[in-house]
Design a protein around this ligand. Structure first.
Ligand code: ADP
Ligand code: MG
Length: 355
């Protein structure tokens, strides 16, 4: 087990920078998710950590030792890193035990020790008794567990996952998330887990690194990302936060500030010292949106869409005060709102996105 440091890493393909000055510290034993939309540089980062690509600038250190810089690159097989891909990459002509033990065989680990380590790895992923099976006779989830066992058998210092659940159906995903979480608890391995799925990242990770266009935009706990997004991109990418234009009138001393939204006063949580300014942005979460009576403070507008999703409806609201902002929020059952109806909304608590 080892910690990992990505130190100011830039990766260029010809003139195109796929990663720009990315710095991430992963603690020993930590489960870190790297989250971002397709094309933001996640796989490039994983390939650099694994050693398949060399950095253009900056440094990668594993357990404090430099493994990649602009003039130096430790090859993948010398890094003691395990990788689990989305397509499993199991050998079809080998049974489960042979797949798992393959790297040990190549390393000439004696038979008895190999068998024992394969059995331990199978146990770690809850697949005892499946050693003789062919990969073709396993479910998608079982194959992914075999891929995990195969990477763990080599006792890696670091385990990398590249969108490992992307090929599985929704129900299987949830149970595999639980299994990955259990595996991490049991093994205590340092994990870097790449995904474009924020609910997966939130369910699993101690901290999440959010990436956009090759840059790290925020590295925080799931809770902080949700409640205190650092940029509008994070606010909307994480659980589709409602991003609204506000003018900040005065900063309080208690972590809140007085702001103006569509001409109405609003109190926002903010970073200490975040001061008065016009044209700022606030993030409000769906559960903080309330329908209020017309004699209460709030914002009038029209309901323009209601999509029932079982247990709740996704509501689209257009404030009268502005033509270019649509507010999405959810109303839990019983869903009472209807298209065309006017309503007054109140935002009970929001977060001032830092300047
Ligand atoms: P993600 O995994 O987040 O979808 P990638 O790391 O695969 O993103 O790609 C990031 C960007 O870098 C994309 O614009 C992609 O086209 C580009 N890219 C990745 N690998 C190469 C390469 N070998 N040569 C040129 N461009 C690349
Ligand atoms: Mg990718």
């Amino acid at each position: 087990m080892a910690g990992l440091t990505i130190d100011n890493v830039t990766k260029k393909f010809q003139s195109f920078a796929a990663l720009k000055n990315v710095s991430i510290d992963v603690r020993e034993g930590e489960f870190l998710a790297v989250l971002g939309p397709s094309g933001c540089g996640k796989t490039t980062l994983l390939r650099i950590i694994a050693g398949f690509e060399q950095v253009s600038q900056g440094e990668v250190r594993i357990g404090g030792k430099v493994v990649s810089s602009s003039n130096f690159n430790v090859s993948p097989e010398k890094r003691r890193i395990g990788i689990v891909f989305q397509n499993y990459a199991l050998w079809p002509h080998m049974n489960v035990a042979e797949n798992i033990g393959y790297s040990l065989k190549v390393a000439k680990v004696p038979n008895a020790e190999r068998e024992q380590r394969v059995a331990e790895a199978l146990k770690l992923v809850d697949m005892e008794g499946y050693g003789e099976r062919a990969p073709a006779n396993l479910s998608g989830g079982q194959r992914q567990r075999v891929a995990l066992a195969r990477c763990l058998v080599a006792t890696p210092e670091l385990v990398l996952f590249d969108e490992p659940l992307a090929n599985l159906d929704v129900h299987l995903r949830a149970s595999m998330e639980d299994e990955f979480a259990d595996f991490h608890k049991r093994s205590g391995t340092t994990v870097v887990y790449i995904t474009h799925d924020q609910s997966e990242a939130m369910a699993l990770a101690d901290r999440i690194a959010v990436m956009d266009h090759g840059q790290l935009v925020q590295l925080d706990t799931p809770h902080k990302l949700y409640h205190e997004p650092a940029t509008p991109m994070v606010a909307s990418f994480i659980s589709q936060g409602i991003v609204l234009p506000v003018d900040v009138l005065a900063a309080g001393t208690d972590g809140t500030c007085a702001a103006n939204l569509f001409g109405q006063p609003l109190s926002l949580r903010c970073r200490p010292g975040d001061g008065p300014r016009a044209g700022a942005l606030a993030c409000c979460r769906s559960e903080a949106v309330k329908i209020v009576n017309t004699d209460a403070p709030g914002f009038d507008g029209t309901i323009t869409r209601v999509v029932y999703q079982g247990g709740l409806a996704r509501i689209e609201f257009r404030p009268d005060a502005t033509s270019d902002r649509i507010v999405h929020f959810v109303q839990p059952d019983p869903v009472t709102l209807e298209v065309g109806q006017t309503a007054r909304l109140a935002f009970e608590g929001g977060w001032l996105i830092p300047a």
